[in-house]
Design a protein around this ligand. Structure first.
Ligand SMILES: Cc1cc2nc3c(=O)[nH]c(=O)nc-3n(C[C@H](O)[C@H](O)[C@H](O)COP(=O)(O)OP(=O)(O)OC[C@H]3O[C@@H](n4cnc5c(N)ncnc54)[C@H](O)[C@@H]3O)c2cc1C
Ligand code: SF4
Ligand code: SF4
Ligand code: SF4
Length: 394
C-alpha cells in the first residue's frame, strides 16, 4: 500500500525508509537522479508508520527565531575549511567534548555525499563545508535515535527538510538533541554531480583516484569569490573558476535542483531546528569591522537550548537584528526557490545528452527576449510569494 506523498512533492529525506519496520521501502535514484522511496508491496503490511514520519505529509508551522547573531571561529584553519564562519565546527566540538556524537554530511571516497556519525574531534573536518548536492541520509535518523535513547547528546545537521524529517521520525521532544539546519537554496541531483565531476576531471586531466579532496566553497580567492577546488594526491590545488563550472552555474540558476525545492516544505523557519546557520553576506554593510572576507556565519537561535549552546562555544559572536541580517537572503525570506524556466526540459534531455556540462551551458543560454521574460517572471513570482505566503514573523 503506497501511503507516501506524490513523487514531485517528496523531498527524499529517507525517513519513511528508515521507519518502516518491515524494510519495505528502499531509496533509489529517480529519472532525475534524486533519492526516491520505492515501496515493495509484497512486504508492506499497511501499518502506516512511513506516513507518520513523513515531513511532507506533516509540515510544521513556522517558528520565529529568538535571536540573530554573527559568528566567527577563532581557528583560521577551521574557518578556511568551512563555508562561512565555521560555526558548525565549534558546535560539533562542544558536543563531542560533552561525550556526544555528531551526525552530518561528508563526501565519501566515491565523491557521493552521505550523512555519517562521528564521535572523535579528528573526524570533524570532512563534515565541514557546504556540499552542493543532495546528501543520502542512509540510516542517519536511526543512529540519532539510538544514541539519544542510550543517553548521549547528538548534534544533527542537515537541510531544513532533513531536520523536519528527523523531528517527525523521533516523534517526541528529545532534550539531548541539538538540531541545526541552514538557509537552503536547494539541492542538486546526486547523479548529475557524478556526471559533471567526471567531465570536470577529464577537462583538467585528473583521474578519480588522484583526487584527495573536493571543496565546493574554496576560499583561496576570498569568501565572496568562492569556487570549487580540487586537491590532488600530489598536492596540486586546482581552482575551477565559477564561469567555467557548469555544475555550479546550474545550481546557482536553479536548473538542477530537486523539484521539491521549488515547493519546499521546511525552509524559512519551518524545520524547528534549534539553530540555523547561513552566510552573513550583509556583514560588510551591518558590521564592516567584523568582515575580513574570510567568512562570517549568520546564526539564528530558534530555541532557548540553541541560544544557550551558542553562547557556550568559543565562537566570536556579535548580536544582529533578525530582519536586517536576513533581508537579502532569499533562502530564508522566501519559502521556495523559483525554478529555471528550462528545468523540466533540462532533466528530460539529460539521459540522452552525451555531455551534461554542455547541456547545462545550452540550457542557461537564453535569447535576450526569453532572458527578459525570465527576469519578469522571477519578479512576479517573488512578489506573489511576499503577498500570499504566511508571514512567519516581523
Ligand atoms: C545545499 C546548501 C545550500 C545552501 N544555501 C544557502 C543559501 O542560499 N544562503 C546561505 O546563507 N547559506 C546557504 N547554505 C549554508 C552555508 O553554505 C553554510 O553551510 C552555513 O553558512 C554554515 O557554515 P559554517 O561555516 O558554519 O559551517 P560548515 O563547516 O560550512 O558546515 C556546514 C554543515 O552543513 C552540512 N552540510 C554540508 N552540505 C550538506 C548537504 N548537502 N546536505 C546536508 N548537510 C550538509 C555539513 O555536514 C556541516 O555540518 C547552504 C548550504 C548547503 C549545503
Ligand atoms: S505501511 Fe508500514 S509496512 Fe508498509 S511501507 Fe509503510 S511502514 Fe512499511
Ligand atoms: S518526504 Fe521523506 S518521508 Fe516523505 S515520502 Fe519522501 S522520502 Fe519518504
Ligand atoms: S530547499 Fe527545501 S526541499 Fe530543497 S533541500 Fe532545502 S529544505 Fe529540502
Amino acid at each position: 500500500m503506497n501511503l507516501l506523498p506524490p513523487h514531485d512533492t517528496c523531498c527524499g529525506c529517507g525517513a519513511c525508509a528508515q521507519a518502516c519496520p518491515h524494510a519495505a521501502i528502499t531509496m533509489a535514484p529517480d529519472a532525475e537522479g534524486f533519492d526516491q522511496p520505492q515501496c515493495d508491496e509484497a512486504r508492506c503490511t499497511g501499518c502506516r508508520r512511513c506516513a507518520t514520519v513523513c515531513p511532507v505529509l506533516h509540515p510544521l508551522p513556522p517558528a520565529p527565531p529568538l535571536a540573530a547573531m554573527g559568528a566567527i571561529n577563532t581557528d583560521d584553519g577551521v574557518r578556511r575549511r568551512s563555508a562561512s564562519g565555521g560555526t558548525f565546527h565549534a558546535l560539533a566540538s562542544g558536543v563531542l567534548a560533552r561525550g556526544g556524537i555528531v551526525v552530518a554530511a561528508a563526501m565519501d571516497g566515491d565523491f557521493a555525499v552521505r550523512h555519517r556519525a562521528v564521535g572523535q574531534p579528528a573526524d570533524l573536518l570532512p563534515l565541514c563545508g557546504s556540499k552542493y548536492v543532495q546528501s543520502h541520509t542512509g540510516d542517519a535518523f536511526r543512529r540519532v535515535r539510538a544514541a539519544l535513547r542510550s543517553g548521549r547528546e547528538v548534534l544533527f545537521v542537515g537541510t531544513p527538510c532533513q531536520v523536519a524529517a528527523l523531528r517527525c521520525f523521533l516523534g517526541r521532544e528529545e532534550p539531548l538533541l541539538l538540531a541545526a539546519d541552514f538557509f537552503c537554496h536547494g539541492v542538486p541531483s546526486p547523479a548529475l554531480w557524478q556526471r559533471c565531476l567526471d567531465e570536470m576531471l577529464r577537462r583538467i586531466g585528473v583521474g578519480r583516484s588522484d583526487v584527495a579532496a573536493i571543496a565546493f566553497r574554496d576560499k583561496s580567492r576570498g569568501w565572496r569569490r568562492y569556487h570549487t577546488a580540487i586537491t590532488t594526491r600530489s598536492g596540486r590545488h586546482i581552482v575551477i573558476p565559477r564561469r567555467d563550472n557548469a555544475y555550479q552555474r546550474a545550481f546557482d540558476e536553479n536548473l538542477s535542483l530537486r523539484q521539491t525545492c521549488h515547493n519546499c516544505p521546511a525552509r524559512a523557519g519551518r524545520s524547528h531546528s534549534d539553530i540555523t546557520m547561513a552566510d552573513f553576506w550583509d556583514v560588510a554593510r551591518l558590521r564592516p569591522d567584523m568582515d575580513d572576507d574570510g567568512g562570517v556565519s549568520l546564526i539564528l537561535a530558534n530555541t532557548q537550548r540553541g541560544a544557550d549552546v551558542l553562547r557556550s562555544t568559543g565562537l566570536r559572536i556579535f548580536d544582529a537584528d533578525i530582519a536586517e541580517a536576513t533581508r537579502h537572503n532569499p533562502a530564508y525570506t522566501e519559502t521556495h526557490t523559483p525554478p529555471h524556466p528550462r528545468r523540466q526540459e533540462f532533466f528530460a534531455s539529460l539521459a540522452t545528452a552525451p555531455d551534461a556540462s554542455r547541456l547545462i551551458r545550452q540550457m542557461l543560454h537564453l535569447p535576450p527576449l526569453q532572458a527578459l521574460h525570465r527576469q519578469l517572471n522571477l519578479h512576479i513570482y517573488l512578489f506573489k510569494q511576499r503577498l500570499f505566503r504566511l508571514k512567519p514573523w516581523k
